[in-house]
Design a protein around this ligand. Structure first.
Ligand code: DQA
Length: 145
């Protein structure tokens, strides 16, 4: 079973982007560690990052064909992209919403997630470990535990 790890806008700059909020780790180092953990748990992984809404939607559509589930950090699109929300609703595989920062403790606009209602669940505020927690949740879900 393959899990897609999908990151949205500005997450390519992790490590240099506001490290006080998002931490010192690059996206590639987070992805590498996640791939290793997923492999130990018996899952394949695919990784994709885009700063564009359309590319994220296309990758979500494609995932319905060959992925069992998705770990999604949609970045700022989380807060206003009805198009990404509709793409998640359109595919049948489970999507877990992830944020490095605790979005509820920040600016008002970050307290709204338009994707949360169509995601299986949301994990926010644990830095890079948010991805690990999402992986554990998705693995349990996919194994029917
Ligand atoms: C983020 C939180 C969003 O509000 C922000 O726009 C991001 C990153 C996070 O991982 O904490 O780009 O999704």
């Amino acid at each position: 079973m393959k899990i897609l790890v999908l990151n949205g806008p500005n997450l390519n700059l992790l490590g240099e982007r506001e490290p006080n909020i998002y931490g010192d780790n690059s996206l590639s180092s987070i992805n590498e560690a996640l791939a290793k953990k997923a492999a130990e748990m018996g899952f394949e992984t695919a990784f994709f990052q885009s700063n564009g809404e359309g590319a994220i939607i296309d990758v979500l559509h494609d995932a319905r064909r060959d992925c069992a589930g998705v770990i999604l950090n949609a970045g700022a699109y989380t807060h206003y992209s009805y198009a990404i929300r509709d793409a998640i609703a359109a595919i049948k595989i489970p999507v877990i919403e992830v944020h490095l920062s605790n979005v509820d403790s920040r600016e008002e606009f970050r307290k709204t997630s338009v994707i949360a209602p169509v995601c299986k669940g949301s994990i926010s505020g644990f830095g890079k470990f948010s991805y690990d927690l999402a992986l554990i949740a998705l693995a349990k879900l996919l194994r029917g535990e």
